[in-house]
Design a protein around this ligand. Structure first.
Ligand code: SF4
Length: 208
């Protein structure tokens, strides 16, 4: 027992505490606090109700975490979360990945979510020697990319090196891959790059 408190003081103190607890207990049981007297409220519509779910991946680092992207009827992204079915991240995202929807939307100075004006949504092309970017469409860009890859490959393909050793390589091209593609897609990338084009410089963000 604390020095300075005798047995009589202790019993008095205990009696006051017990009375206080009884009072508190009594108050909590009064009808004013019963469940039926609490103010009722309606739940608003669930934020992700009626949204479209699209499976995707976090583009930031080499971990390759999977995500679910929720979009509304106008295909506007409204929320992104980790995919619980992913064996890599099992529904979790790091803080960077958790802020992924900021790629699409930002908070403006009026505290409203608005489309991110810095997000590229069109093909931009800068011709050799030019200082200007031109907007192009994919129907122009994809054949153009293919044409230039083929030209570079044909001009720089080496069947044998200087010692006569068969190399079948093209050192003028390289390939930057992704941590977000699966084994089958990786197989196709390698088939195209190594098999068809002779590319030997391949890398991706996880350096695998
Ligand atoms: S959520 Fe984080 S750990 Fe996962 S891929 Fe994105 S940046 Fe990397």
């Amino acid at each position: 027992m604390k020095k300075g408190i005798n047995r009589r003081d202790f019993l008095k103190l205990f009696g006051v505490s017990a009375a206080g607890m009884t009072l508190i207990d009594g108050v909590s049981a009064t009808p004013a606090f019963a469940a039926e007297n609490l103010p009722s409220f309606e739940l608003g519509p669930f934020k992700l109700q009626k949204t479209k779910e699209t499976s995707s991946g976090c583009p930031y680092c080499g971990c390759g975490c999977s995500t679910i992207v929720y979009s509304d009827e106008n295909d506007k992204v409204i929320f992104i979360e980790g995919d619980p079915d992913s064996p890599i991240n099992e529904g979790t995202l790091c803080p960077k990945g958790a802020a992924l929807s900021d790629v699409y939307n930002i908070i403006d100075k009026n505290r409203k979510r608005v489309p991110n004006p810095g997000r590229l949504t069109e093909v931009l092309y800068r011709a050799p020697g030019s200082s200007k970017w031109e907007v192009k469409d994919w129907d122009w860009a994809i054949p153009e990319i293919a044409k230039r890859i083929k030209k570079t490959r044909d001009e720089h393909f080496e069947a044998k090196d200087a010692n006569g050793v068969t190399v079948n390589r093209c050192l003028a091209l390289c390939q930057m891959g992704s941590a977000n593609i699966n084994n089958e897609e990786d197989y196709l990338v390698n088939k195209l790059m190594r098999g068809a084009l002779g590319v030997v410089d391949l890398d991706h963000c996880a350096r695998l």
